[in-house]
Each structure stands twice: as structure tokens, then as C-alpha cells.
Design a protein around this ligand. Sequence first.
Ligand code: CA
Length: 435
Amino acid sequence: MPVQLNETHDPARRSFVDSANAPGCDFPIQNLPFGVFRPASGEPPRVGVAIGDQILDVAAAASSYDGLVGEAARACAAPRLNHLMSLGPQAWSALRLALSRGLSAERADKNFRQHLMPMSRAEIRLPVVVGDFTDFFASIFHATNAGRMFRPDNPLMPNYKYVPVAYHSRTSSIIVSGTPFKRPRGQRKSPSEQAPSYGPSRNLDFELELGMYIGTPSALGEPVPVGKAAEHIFGFCLLNDWSARDVQAWEYQPLGPFLGKNFATTVSPWVVTAEALAPFRSAAFGRPGGDPAPLPHLDDAEDRAHGGLDITLEVYISSAAMRRAGTTPVRITQTSFALMYWTAAQMIAHHTSNGCNICTGDLIGSGTVSGPEKSSWGSLLELTARGREPLALPGGEQRGFIEDGDEIIFRGYCEKPGATRIGFGECRAVVLPAG
Ligand code: CA
């Protein structure tokens, strides 16, 4: 994994956009995440960059540049990120450098200043046309916790430490943060019931995940080695793999997740680039003594040293009653992506190891991010022991699983000494009644 720090990461750089310099801001000048916005109804959506509480219209600000920067900026006149993502790491990096300089307090580019608008006034759209969506299962803590619910005697399958387990999911139901969705209906059968029935899920859950967008495609028939995977990754988002546990438990054998998972997947709107995350690379998760080494095609010394990402991830819940009472959302988990058993590069290497190609706009979910402690578990299945030990909410409510009107909010950020804190913004949605 290349870990190239450059002037765009310099903590001393400040923006002429004052809100970007506020401590704790998710979108300082060192971040520059890409998204898609519509400035006003009737106007076409286009690619923007988040800076403080503003959005820069990238094509309007930088299309007149020469060379790669101009080409990348002109790709931002589109209503999706896909064209920019297809141009490759050199173009992404050149554009990032130009945006960083133009938005800096020293340069304060006049043309940039003219093409900013408040984020609060823009309509924020789904940023990417997703071609394929693959969801991994890369936290050994989650795999063990979840496995215990379904198979108490045999929680971790014997393949887990060799195979980065995944399944192919659905792209049609990917929705952007802020979009409410209906509780799914499905077949569910509790252990006490003789036969299944069809109706609204009684065990609706969230899964706290990181999403990874593929920029550069790979060729059919050509596996991508772990050491080359970084060239294919455009950036990352927060991802909620909503899960109907009762539907999942009844349907998952023998072919795995289907309708228990594919009714909705919420993504955050701002894609934090792999380059912005460079200061927060960490060692890959250390396999405990006695665990087998990955097979050679999934192993890489550089990835072991720098293939992890130290991203703090949090989940908050806000019930309808809490919102009516003016109670702020309450945090129910906090974890780190650095605890994942498999790295992003290993996921790509495994995905392509049989010759399967990856394409511009593919979305790869990490799987639920859980750590060793209960306070770091990334689903209600784990936090409430499948509903048996409900969480207490302010105001006296209890939650085993998600109820109608609940809003689930994910937040993510990176911070460490010597680097500027960057954030992912939010990934949130309210669950509506099945109707
Ligand atoms: Ca998942």
C-alpha cells in the first residue's frame, strides 16, 4: 500500500472557508471528499467537494485548468462520480492537489470563492452509479458473535481464517443518507412456531460497515495482487447494511443472505478518498498466535505493515419519542476499522483471485465492524444478544431491535497526533412502518 503524504495533508494548511478551520469539523481542507449535489431544483446535479459547511462546484471552479487537473475537473460536470473515478489515481491526486491549493487561505482563488454554496441549501444525491455490490464479513469479532447466535456450538466456521467471506448483494436498493425506508416484510419463523408466516420483520437491525468504491477497473481473468489493490480504490463511505434478522435466520441456509439483507442499504453522501486517509493508515490487525497465516496470494508484507485504517466508527439511535422530547441521539457503540481481520487490499485480492473482474463504481462493504468489547459491537444482534438484553434509552424506552420511527445514525472520523482530524459526515435513516 503506498502511503504517500504530501502538501494536501499538511496540518498547517488552512482554508479561506472559515467553517473548514473549526476544530472538530469533518471537512477541513485536508479531507476534500467528493459527492453529488443539486444546487437548486431544475438545475442538473453535479460533482462537488465538501469544505467546511460549503460545497465547491468542482467543474465550475477548475475546468479551465490544463492537463490532468482540467480533465478530472471536467469529469465533475456529471451527475455521478463514476467518470472521475474511472480516470485513475494520478488524475484523482492531481485534482486533489489543485483543489487544496485553490481552497487554501494563501491562494483564496477568486473563481473558487464564486463557486461555493452552503451545504444546507443543496440537495445531496447518491454519489455513484453502483454496478455491483459485494458485502464482506471481515470482522472476526462480529463473525464469532453472530455465528454464536445461529450456531452456539460452532460459532466460527473453519474457513474463516483462510477466506475473506462475502456474498453478492443488491444495488437497486442502495439509498443515500437521509432517505427514510419502509420496514421490510418477509417470511419469518421463530423457534416456537411450527410454520413460517409472512409479515413485517420483527427483528430489524443495522450493521455498521465501511463501504469502499472501486475506481480503476481490473481485467477479467487477471487477479489483482494485494500489493496492487490500492490502485483500484477511489474512496470510502459509511454503509448501513440493514438486516432483518428473523428473515435472515429462516432463509440463509443453504445459499446465504437474500431478502433479509437486500431491501435497503444506506450510504453516506461524501466519499472520502484513499489519499485523504493516508495519514491514518495503520498496521493490519495482528493475527493472534496460533492463527494460520493467510495463503501467499492474500499475504503482503507492506499490507501487513500499513494495510489497516484507523477510522473510529460510531452508532447513535434516536427514537421518535426522543425527537419529540428534544433529546439528542444517544451513542450505542464505538469501534475502530483497524480491528478488521482482513484488510481492504486482501478483500480486493480475494474478490479477483478467481479472475472475477472489478469495475468502476463497484461498492464493496466491509462487513459489520465489531471489536472485542461489548461497547464496540456493530449491530443490535450483538449488543442485545438477539433482543434478549434490550438497551435502555433515555426516557425509559427499551430496544431489542429497531422500532418504527427510530433513526439510526453512523458517524466516522480519523484523528491522531500530527494530523488534522477528518470525518465522514453522517449516514442516517428513519425506519417507517411497513404500512
Ligand atoms: Ca453485512
